[in-house]
Write a protein that binds this ligand. Structure first.
Ligand SMILES: CC(C)(COP(=O)(O)OP(=O)(O)OC[C@H]1O[C@@H](n2cnc3c(N)ncnc32)[C@H](O)[C@@H]1OP(=O)(O)O)[C@@H](O)C(=O)NCCC(=O)NCCS
Length: 392
C-alpha cells in the first residue's frame, strides 16, 4: 500500500454566522472555499490543479448555497472541469470523512494528488435546513432527545460533567486560542479573505471572530441554559454558530518526494463508530477506542490530540472516559484552543482540526510521534483519525 502525506493545509478564519455581525455575512460559503483552494495552489506552485485526481469536500447541510458545493465551488472557481469533485456528508465529521476518503484513495493507488476540504456557513444554510425527517426515526427516538444542545445536556447528566467544569474548559479554550492568535500560530494556516466589520468597513479577515479575550468564569456562571431549565449548557459552553472553510493538499509520499515537496505527517488510519444519537457527543470515545485497538497503540503513545469541542460536556466526557485528561487546562489537547473559542462550522471542522494538528506537530509538538484528531457527529457518529510523524 502507498503512504499518504499532508503536503499543506489552509483555512479561512472562522467567523460568526450571523446576518448582522458575521464578518463574512456578504460572502457566500462557495466563495470562501474557492479562496482557500486558490491559496493552496498559490502556496504550492509545483502542483497544477489539473493534476489533482479528485476533490472531496465535506459539508453537513448540503442544501441551498451548499447543495453540491463540492462541484459547484470547484467549477465556479475556474478550476479544471476534468478534475472530479465529491461531496461528503457525515454531519460534523464531514471534513474529516472527506480527508479519510482521499487518504484511502491515495493508499489504494487510485491517484497521487487529492484535495480534501470542508465548508459550512451556519447562517446562510442553517442546521437542519430543508430537512424532512422520516416519522419512522421518531418511532425509535423521542424528537426532543435529538437536537444537539439537548444531547449535550443528556451527556452532562449521564457522564456527570458539572456546569463549572464545562465552563473551565471554555475558559481555557478561549485563553489558549487568544494566546495562539497573539503568538502568530495561526498565520501559516489562515488565508486572509475580504469581509466586513459590523459597521460595514471592509477589511481582510485574518483572525477567528469568536475568540473571547475577556472571557470570565463569573460571567459564564450567570448565562442562560437554553436547552434545559437549570441545565449545564449555555452559549459559553456550546460551539457557536460559525462560517468557514478548510482544505488539505494530500499526496502519495512517492509523488511528494518526486516533486521535492516537504511534509511532516502521514495518515496512519482512521476509525468511525456509531452510537446512540441521543448522546451523540460521546461518539469519539468509541471511534478512538477502535482506532487505538486496531493500531496497537495506547493513549500514552499519542503525543497530541485535537478533539472538536462541540460542547464542553461532550468534550470532557470523551477526554475522561478515554483516560486522556480530567479537567482543563490540558497539556496536549487542543493546544491552540478548540471549537468553544474558535467556532465550529460543521462540515469544515473535521478538516480544520487536521490542518491545525499538522501545524502543531510541525512547531510546538515536534517530539510527538502520533497525533489524533476526532469529532462527534449529529445522529450518533464518532470519527477519529491517526497521523504519524514522517518529517521530510
Ligand atoms: C447555544 C446557542 C443556541 C446560542 O445561540 P444564540 O442564542 O443564537 O446566541 P449566539 O451564539 O448568537 O450568541 C450568544 C451570545 O452569548 C455571548 N456569549 C458567548 N459566550 C459567552 C461568554 N463566555 N461570556 C459572555 N457572553 C458570551 C455571545 O457573544 C452572544 O452575544 P452577542 O451577540 O451580544 O455577542 C447556539 O450557539 C448553538 O446552538 N450552538 C450549538 C451549535 C451546534 O449544535 N453545533 C453542532 C454541535 S454537534
Amino acid at each position: 500500500m502507498k503512504e499518504c502525506v499532508v503536503v499543506d493545509g489552509v483555512r479561512s478564519a472562522n467567523v460568526r454566522a450571523h446576518k448582522d455581525k458575521g464578518w463574512f455575512r456578504h460572502v457566500r460559503p462557495d466563495q470562501v472555499l474557492i479562496e482557500v483552494y486558490k491559496a493552496l495552489f498559490k502556496r504550492n506552485p509545483k502542483v497544477k490543479p489539473e493534476e489533482v485526481e479528485a476533490v472531496f469536500c465535506g459539508s453537513a447541510n448540503q442544501a441551498g448555497m451548499q447543495n453540491d458545493i463540492a462541484r459547484i465551488a470547484w467549477l465556479a472557481g475556474g478550476f479544471p472541469e476534468c478534475v472530479a469533485s465529491n461531496g461528503i456528508n457525515q454531519q460534523c465529521p464531514s471534513g474529516m470523512s472527506a480527508t479519510e476518503h482521499a487518504a484511502r484513495a491515495i493508499m489504494c493507488g487510485e491517484g497521487d494528488i487529492y484535495i480534501a476540504s470542508g465548508v459550512e456557513d451556519m447562517e446562510k444554510v442553517p442546521m437542519m435546513f430543508a430537512m424532512d425527517i422520516t416519522p419512522k426515526l421518531l418511532d425509535r427516538y423521542n424528537m426532543m432527545d435529538l437536537p444537539m444542545g439537548n444531547t449535550a445536556e443528556k451527556v452532562a447528566e449521564l457522564w456527570k460533567v458539572s456546569r463549572r467544569d464545562a465552563e473551565v474548559m471554555a475558559y481555557w479554550s478561549n485563553k489558549k486560542a487568544a494566546a495562539a492568535r497573539d503568538a502568530g500560530k495561526f498565520d501559516n494556516e489562515i488565508v486572509p479573505i475580504e469581509g466586513e466589520q459590523e459597521d460595514g468597513t471592509k477589511f481582510m479577515v485574518k483572525t477567528d471572530q469568536w475568540i473571547r479575550d475577556n472571557v470570565s468564569l463569573e460571567e459564564m456562571a450567570t448565562m442562560k441554559t437554553p436547552f434545559k431549565e437549570g441545565g449545564v449548557v449555555s452559549a459559553a459552553v456550546s460551539s457557536p454558530l460559525t462560517a468557514g472553510a478548510a482544505a488539505l493538499l494530500l499526496m502519495s509520499r512517492d509523488k511528494a518526494d518526486e516533486l521535492g515537496l516537504s511534509y511532516h505527517i502521514k495518515y496512519a488510519g482512521g476509525a468511525m463508530a456509531g452510537c446512540d444519537p441521543t448522546v451523540m457527543g460521546v461518539g469519539p470515545i468509541y471511534a478512538a477506542q477502535k482506532l487505538l485497538k486496531r493500531t496497537g497503540l495506547t493513549v500514552k503513545d499519542i503525543g497530541v490530540w485535537e478533539l472538536n469541542e462541540a460542547f464542553g460536556s461532550q468534550a470532557l466526557a470523551c477526554l475522561r472516559e478515554l483516560g486522556i485528561a480530567q479537567n482543563a487546562p490540558f497539556d496536549n489537547v487542543n493546544v491552540w484552543g478548540g471549537a468553544l473559542a474558535l467556532g465550529h462550522p460543521l462540515g469544515e471542522s473535521g478538516c480544520r482540526i487536521i490542518v491545525t494538528l499538522n501545524n502543531i506537530m510541525k512547531t510546538d509538538f515536534k517530539d510527538a510521534k502520533y497525533g489524533v484528531a476526532m469529532l462527534c457527529g449529529g445522529f450518533g457518529n464518532g470519527n477519529a483519525s491517526l497521523w504519524q510523524r514522517v518529517d521530510q
